[in-house]
Design a protein around this ligand. Structure first.
Ligand SMILES: [Zn+2]
Length: 466
């Protein structure tokens, strides 16, 4: 079976075929963060999902060109800049750096391009000019430039490709200047917002006067600049489907007359402890809140990719503890395979890879992929216990796990303990032999404090991550 993915455009699961004639290269755009605050775990579910898609495409042999933008100018940011009496760059740099650092904690592969909106104002102006030229955008009395839904539809284009819209509610010429609005108020939206006093120093010159771009035009301009007028995959959280993605399609196809994106993937949102995340309910978490509680990035990552991306996911603390247990089962098995394999290397054992691939080919069915992984853990443990896995066999299973982990990204990366700690471990063995138990206990405490535990194996003690 080939890779199949759900496409929001058709509302069906379709075979994935890239636009590239050779069928190898894939252009993939994921709407990045609006850097107005620290990103919360609901945001990160989308980015971990995008990372899973990217890694799986690479696992399947595609060459992915991955673009994730940074929205560093929009309504919320400007409001905060005004409230805190700072500059746009100073304000956004802090949250941009924090976001990129958080992605590393979650072991998300860095995008090939991370364009910032404020570095692409000329491209946005060009795109707006094209829309005006084609009669699909107009300058209104307030000095701003709006996208005309009426004229776009008049050209035979469909507005409402990703979501069903009720046009009866819309009156010709209704306009909305906010970046975020409800389906009920479908109306002409702002492409260029004329400068107002509240914008402070946040403005750029344009053929239509000083102002700033609307949020939606930012993504159209940056994605088409880096991936071309038509590209393969566009990802984002489901809350972005309307109006953001719908408007991206309208702006892009309105300006170029060509299909914008072949395949739209939307990740469902996340509940925390069964409820919508909110600061007042006390269930609102940034990634930092969870790492401060002692959870590791890979545990949070595992939990986020334990359920299908199109299902609403209930994120709980019990779930995080479960992720810790699940990963330690994998770590233990992989550790034993390493011991058994010694210096041997081998080609990956095919059985588990085949099951894993079949699962993910089916619209990224991760539940089934994890089931294949844990069946494999059980099977390896049994064969190891029975002495039925010789060095070459263990090396083949290890190589299979490396392939699978290139997609899941949850294996311990610091498997080998630092030499100083190994020295301490041996010192403890000696202390115990000499019946110096206070010293032995002190060493054990020191190792625990550094995040390592001593495990007794038939080959003597070894250190493992606690
Ligand atoms: Zn976007």
């Amino acid at each position: 079976m080939a890779l199949h993915l759900h496409n929001t455009l058709s509302r069906t699961v379709e075979p994935f075929t890239p636009l590239d004639a050779s069928g190898k290269s894939v252009g993939m755009y994921c709407c990045g963060p609006t850097v107005h605050d620290f990103a919360h775990i609901g945001n990160f579910r989308t980015f971990v999902f995008a990372d899973l898609v990217r890694r799986y495409l690479e696992f399947r042999g595609y060459q992915v060109n991955h673009v994730m933008n940074i929205t560093d100018v929009e309504d919320k940011i400007i409001r905060r800049v005004r409230e805190q009496q700072t500059t746009l760059t100073e304000y956004t740099a802090k949250y941009q750096d924090a976001f990129l650092a958080d992605l590393k904690v979650l072991n998300c592969t860095e995008a090939h391009h991370v364009p910032k909106a404020t570095d692409h104002i000329p491209e946005m102006i060009d795109l707006i000019a094209k829309l005006i030229e084609r009669g699909i955008a107009y300058k209104a009395d307030d000095g701003s430039v709006y996208f005309s839904i009426e004229n776009y539809r008049g050209c035979g284009c469909t507005y409402g490709r990703l979501v069903n819209l009720n046009f009866d509610e819309m009156r010709q010429g209704d306009r909305v200047s906010d970046d975020e609005y409800e389906k009920e108020s479908v109306a002409d939206f702002a492409l260029w917002k004329a400068r107002v006093p509240e914008d402070g120093e946040v403005y750029w010159p344009s053929p239509w006067g000083e102002g700033r771009p609307g949020w939606h035009i930012e993504c159209s301009a940056m994605s088409m600049k880096l991936l071309g007028t038509s590209f393969d995959l566009h990802l984002g959280g489901e809350d972005l489907a309307f109006p953001h993605h719908e408007d991206e399609i309208a702006q892009s196809e309105g300006a170029t007359g060509k299909p914008f994106v072949k395949h739209w993937l939307h990740g469902a949102h996340l509940l925390v402890e069964g409820k919508k995340m909110s600061k007042s309910l006390g269930n609102f978490f940034t990634l930092r809140d969870l790492t401060d509680k002692g959870y590791h990035g890979r545990e949070i990552r595992q939990l986020m990719i334990s359920a299908h991306y199109r299902e609403t996911f209930n994120f709980t603390m019990a779930g995080l503890d479960g992720a810790r247990t699940a990963l330690s089962r994998i770590d233990e098995c992989v550790g034993k395979l390493r011991e058994a394999a010694g210096d041997h290397t081998a080609d990956p054992a095919p059985a588990v890879i085949e099951k894993f691939t079949t699962a993910l080919d089916d619209d990224l069915n991760v539940s089934s992929a994890w089931a294949a992984v844990f069946d494999w853990v059980r099977d390896c443990n049994r064969r190891l216990a029975e002495g039925a896995l010789e060095a070459a066999g263990a090396a083949a299973e290890l190589a299979a796990w490396d392939r699978i982990n290139s997609v899941l990204g949850v294996s311990q990366t610091d498997e080998d303990p630092p030499e100083a700690l190994v020295g301490l471990m041996h010192e403890r063995t000696e202390a115990r032999a000499n019946k110096d138990f206070p010293r032995a206990d002190a060493i054990r405490d020191e190792l625990t404090a550094q995040g390592w535990a001593i495990e007794d194996t038939p080959n003597g003690p070894r250190l493992k991550r606690s």
